[in-house]
Structures are given as C-alpha cells and as structure tokens.
Design a protein around this ligand. Sequence first.
Ligand SMILES: [Zn+2]
Length: 160
Amino acid sequence: MQSRRCAVCKHFRRRCPSDCIFSPYFPPNDPQRFTCVHEIYGAANIGKILQQVPIDRRAEAVDSMYFEAQCRKNDKIYGSVGVITRLQQEIFKAQSELAKTQAEIAFHNVNDYNNNTNVEQTTKLEFPIDDASIDIMDLSIDQVVVDHQAACSSSAFWSY
Ligand SMILES: [Zn+2]
C-alpha cells in the first residue's frame, strides 16, 4: 500500500494532515527533493518561508530553495553565487566576442565599400568612355580590316 504522506511528514514519520503546508511541494515520490532542501534550510525554516510567501508563489519559492540547496551542496563556498558568477562571465565573454565580430564585420564592410569605389574610379580613369570612343567601338573588326586593305591598295597611297 502506497503512503499518502508527503515527503516531509514521511521523513519525520508523522501523520500528514489534509492541510499540510509541505504536501503540494514535496510529493512522497521524490523524497530526495526534501532531503536536499532540508539539509541546507532545515524543515522548520522551509515551513516559515512558505508561510511568508503567497500561496500562488510557494511552488516557485520551493523550486528556488531546491535549486539553491543543490548549488550549495555542489559548491560549499559559493553556492548559487558561484553559478551566477560563472554564467555572468560566460555572458561577458559572449558579449565581448559579439562586439569583436561586429567590429570585424564593420571593418570588412568599409573595406569592401572602399575597394568597390576604387575599382569604379580606376576604371573610369584608365578607360574614359566618351561619345567618340563609343563610335569607334561600334565599328566591326571586319569593317576596320576592309578599310585598311582599301587604303593600302589604293594607287594614291603607293604612288610616288
Ligand atoms: Zn505532510
């Protein structure tokens, strides 16, 4: 037969009243949860904290105590502060990396812009295209060769 006592009442081997303040947050199927929080806060203090917290926020409070208790057990010196500090360092590192990457992107964008602008200017300066040169470019190569042969074979050209 499965016990209906909550993990706290089961731990203290007492009857679990219908209005047990621990019952909704420390179910009998997860005794480790209470053991962990009890080890750090003590059952009496957990009860006092729960009484000071509005009913609709008690679940959050117990989750928070459980998290802090786990952190304290894993890190006797810093507890949850150690986790927070490590995460803050990771955020700072990621922000630094992001700022560096954004700066590199900005740098490359400026370089690309300058390079593209220089190519256009160079092209313009080296190969100025005006109306006269467009006329020359419109001539076909065959036409130029024929004109050249005609000029070379003309008697006026070879006459002395
Ligand atoms: Zn109980």
